[in-house]
Write a protein that binds this ligand. Structure first.
Ligand SMILES: [Zn+2]
Length: 215
């Protein structure tokens, strides 16, 4: 089976959801740069403060900082699922060196593919429970911002960054920074593109079956 996995994809492609479903199914630790930095911040570390100095100004943190955070998280692990990292070719090159040094080569990089029109529909229709964090979609779940969370009854709200403006910015960033990462791994022979328009359960089944196979 495959033990070291990277998930890439545009916003709203379901990377985080699949990382967490696959992690649970195979007992493999999974994380994203965002999650690692939230942990650092909550522990009040210098690394957390350093990351905050970028994100609070709406900037992406430097490759070198992302690498330090990932490197620290990977210490002592030989199996992992990374959601949305590496985000740039610079990060990918340094990460190649890191896994090479530890003799822990990546088994596969999945590129979750979704047309822009579908990214838009998913992002702009997204509602998040303010209490438990569950995510719903206006169209799929036939809900409005006045509906209540079906899991805990909490109030629903749109995320601040789910706007037309932010969507355009994130898609541009994805195309200019992250798609070249997919090309990098395609050239290395580790990339598998997966069409995710079929929805969460079908995509999970495809990824699950592929991960069960030898690397
Ligand atoms: Zn809820």
């Amino acid at each position: 089976m495959k033990n070291r996995v990277v998930l890439l994809g545009p916003p709203a492609s379901g990377k985080g959801t699949q990382a967490s479903l696959l992690g649970a199914a195979f007992g493999i630790p999974h994380t994203s740069t965002g999650a690692m930095l939230r942990t650092e911040r909550s522990k009040g570390t210098a690394l957390g403060a350093e990351a905050d100095s970028f994100t609070s100004r709406g900037l992406l943190f430097p490759d070198e900082l992302a690498l330090r955070v990932v490197s620290q998280w990977i210490d002592g692990r030989d199996r992992f699922i990374l959601d949305g990292f590496p985000r740039t070719v610079g990060q990918a090159r340094s990460f190649d060196g890191l896994v090479d040094d530890r003799s822990l080569p990546l088994d596969v990089v999945y590129l979750l593919e979704l047309p822009d029109s579908e990214v838009r529909a998913r992002m702009l229709g997204r509602l998040t429970c303010e209490t438990c964090g569950a995510v719903f979609n206006e169209t799929f779940h036939k809900m409005t911002a006045d509906s209540r969370c079906s899991q805990c009854g909490g109030a629903l709200a749109r995320r601040n960054d789910d706007t037309e403006e932010s969507l355009a910015r994130r898609l541009t960033q994805y195309r200019s920074l992250t798609l070249p990462v997919a090309d990098h791994y395609r050239a290395a022979g580790t990339l598998k593109a997966i069409d995710v328009a079929a929805g969460r359960d079908a995509v999970f089944q495809t990824l699950y079956n592929d991960m069960k196979e030898a690397a």
